[in-house]
Design a protein around this ligand. Structure first.
Ligand code: ADP
Length: 663
């Protein structure tokens, strides 16, 4: 470069000293001839950044200055200097400034000397750009983001080392578009291709954002990538460049898939506890469709054997093989290390299920042959534990040639097995509880029937005694006999309630509806309970009401009325009781309101359930069965019963019944 001034041209020769001064001048200097071609230039000019190209002897000035509108004016001004011999001082431009002076030989202008100065900002800006580029590179690297750049003109698809690694490609492997699409998971390929095509058309605006799976070129590892990019176009809408980034989102995707899988499995497991085998079948199918290729679930029996329970294979054509494999699962424990977990409670991750391992795990040559046909490459065996017990085993296998289970897969399988184990434990407890409830109901039924016979005879005896008493005897007995009779009556009611409960439990609460009148029945019941009201100090307010005819079971309705009215007297002692009956369309509504102790809001929901009570037995007797039975009766008549209450302000029980319940 400095040769330009060391070889002075004949006409513009300078003395050596001057030559050196010019060469080292801190300002860019260029000598140009009449054709505006660069003849000489100094070091500072060669170092300028804003110029389009390096100045070179013989190069035209038009090629050196930036290709922009201002350059045209500059060249015109320079030509004016040639024509007029009049210099121009500094002409300010966006990138710097230029001053031009004529060089004379005699009167003739034989050339020009140009002084060029650059504004310092471009340099700073360039440095700043370099710094920010470096920062960007560092943040991309620390965020594990890879970059890529596609040049459609050359077909080059440049990937940085991170992108190459995410594609599972060796660093020196040249990528191109076809290779890129070939590594995308078949299920994501077409969608990604369409998105790329869309981004490459100018109407789309060039934006590109997607997530897809790749299967590593060299390592065969499946990775989820999030890709972002932008396509750039020229004024004619021609694609110039398409570049962007890729980020490994495999962890996030796996976590999302695991959460989805577990919630789906939990939903299945919560469905119906009494259909465990069907549910386990569906869990095995769910596992085989997402986290493994095939899944076998064996439930442990008391003797430690695993009777066949459930198995599923991802490929329907292979289903029969995995079903055949079930034959080997119920073998006595200890015959295959596959079932060891039933005893140890420990899970096992067999990353490489090699021929050697298969041989060790097979219980017979037939089993080995089947294993080889199923061709699992990676296996997990996970015990289903819950409540301190091992309920069985799950065997999960991966058959895809490159798929290997890892610790994350094992944790997921363990979580699944734990949930299945909990369900089996719940099932066991549910079964136990069902049996216990069955026994209780049976006991209630037998006991109440047994109690009923002596009670009936006792009642009869009381009646006979009362009848045969002489007036003197009756006087000496006083209130004792009536008291004894009332107690037997009470006992009979309790036993009847227990009998009803066992009938309801067995679904045998039969109704015998007939055409009847409600207000008459109500008055009859009030009459019967008059002593109860008197003892409780309750006045009953029941205004004159027109008859209400309907089609109901009078004995059962009687039971409901007795329950509501005696409760009102029991819990509203000393205060009036208000009874109303109204008809609305095809319905009748009966309300019994007291002004007694009321019910706390938290207790309301359980009042109508079996043994549901809201008072302590120290203060009030009762089994908590009356409202339960009333509700069953009212509902059997297609009606409803509800309560509104506030503590210390009383309660209102409302019964609504259709006048004529549908058959
Ligand atoms: P119990 O034999 O205990 O009265 P019920 O089934 O008839 O059984 O009533 C269930 C519970 O509902 C009672 O224990 C009581 O706590 C509450 N209860 C029922 N009726 C009333 C009422 N009128 N006022 C306040 N509490 C009531």
């Amino acid at each position: 470069m400095n040769g330009a001034l060391e070889e002075p041209a004949s006409r513009l020769d300078l003395e050596t000293v001057q030559l050196e001064v010019v060469w080292n001048a801190p300002i860019g200097i260029a000598l140009v001839d009449q054709r505006l071609q660069v003849v000489r230039f100094n070091r500072a000019l060669a170092g300028l950044h804003g110029l389009r190209s390096r100045a070179w002897p013989g190069m035209s000035l038009a090629e050196v200055f930036p290709a922009e509108e201002a350059t045209r004016e500059l060249l015109w001004r320079i030509q004016q200097v040639l024509a007029t011999g009049r210099p121009f001082p500094w002409l300010e431009l966006e990138w710097g400034r230029v001053s031009c002076h004529p060089l004379h030989e005699g009167l003739e202008v034989v050339g020009l000397c140009l002084y060029v100065e650059e504004v310092p900002e471009p340099k700073l800006a360039r440095e700043a750009l370099q710094v920010s580029e470096e920062r960007l590179r560092m943040s991309l690297a620390s965020a594990s983001i890879g970059t890529w750049d596609y040049n459609p003109a050359t077909g080059e698809f440049l990937c940085d080392s991170r992108t190459q690694a995410l594609f599972g490609a060796p660093p020196d492997l040249r990528m191109d578009c076809e290779r890129f699409f070939s590594i995308i998971h078949p299920e994501d390929r077409e969608r990604t291709r369409q998105l790329v095509q869309r981004a490459e058309s100018p109407e789309s605006g060039g934006g590109y954002e997607t997530e897809y799976r790749v299967i590593g070129i060299q390592d065969g590892v499946e990775r989820w990538l999030s890709a972002q990019g932008r396509a750039w176009f020229d004024e004619q809408g021609q694609l110039l460049r398409f570049s962007g980034t890729v980020l490994d989102i495999t962890h996030r995707k796996r976590a999302e898939a695991s959460a989805r899988f577990l919630s789906e499995a939990s939903r299945l497991l919560a469905e119906r506890l009494d259909r465990a085998e069907e549910i386990l079948e569906r869990v095995a199918r769910l596992a085989a469709s997402s986290i493994c290729t095939y899944c076998i679930i064996g439930v442990a029996r008391a003797d430690g054997r695993l009777p066949r329970v459930a198995a599923a294979h991802r490929e329907p054509s292979q289903e029969h093989l995995v079903q055949a494999a079930l034959r080997f699962v119920p073998q006595a424990p200890g015959t295959s290390p596959l079932l060891e977990g039933v005893h140890t409670g420990k899970s096992a991750l067999i990353r490489e299920f090699t021929q050697e391992v298969r041989q060790r795990y097979a219980v017979s040559p037939e089993h080995l042959a089947l294993m080889n046909t199923l061709d699992a490459h990676s296996v997990m065996t996970v015990p289903m534990r819950a409540g301190g017990k091992v309920h069985g085993m799950m065997i999960l296998a991966a058959c895809a040639p490159r798929r290997r289970f890892d610790d994350q897969d094992l944790s997921l399988a363990e979580e699944l097995a734990h949930r299945v184990g909990m369900s089996l434990e719940n099932l066991r407890l549910y079964e136990e509880a069902r049996q216990a409830v069955g026994l209780r109901d049976e006991f209630l039924s037998v006991a109440s029937h047994e109690l009923k016979t002596p009670l009936t005879s006792l009642k009869l005896q009381h009646a006979l005694i009362a009848k045969s008493l002489t007036p003197e005897c009756r006087a000496s007995l006083g209130a004792r006999l009536p008291k004894a009779m009332r107690q037997v009556e009470r006992l009979t009611t309790l036993v009847d309630s227990l009998l009803d409960v066992s009938r309801i439990g067995a679904g045998r609460l039969g109704l015998e509806p007939i055409e009847m009148e409600l207000t008459g029945l109500l008055r009859e019941v009030m009459e019967r309970l008059s002593e109860v009201f008197a003892q409780a100090g309750c006045r009953v307010d029941f205004p004159a009401t027109p008859p209400v005819h309907g089609y109901w079971d009078p004995l059962r309705l009687d039971q409901v009325l007795v329950n509501l009215l005696s409760n009102a007297a029991k819990y509203g002692a000393g205060k009036p009781i208000h009874v109303r009956v109204a008809v609305e369309g095809e319905w009748t509504r009966l309300t019994v309101r007291d002004e007694g102790i009321g019910i706390a809001p938290g207790d309301l929901p359980r009042l109508f359930s079996r043994f549901g009570r809201a008072v302590s037995e120290r203060h009030y007797g009762g089994l908590g069965l009356g409202l339960f039975i009333s509700k069953q009766i009212v509902e059997a008549m297609q009606g409803s019963i509800r309560v509104e209450s506030e503590p210390s302000r009383g309660s209102t029980f409302t019964v609504e019944l259709p006048l004529c319940p549908p058959a």
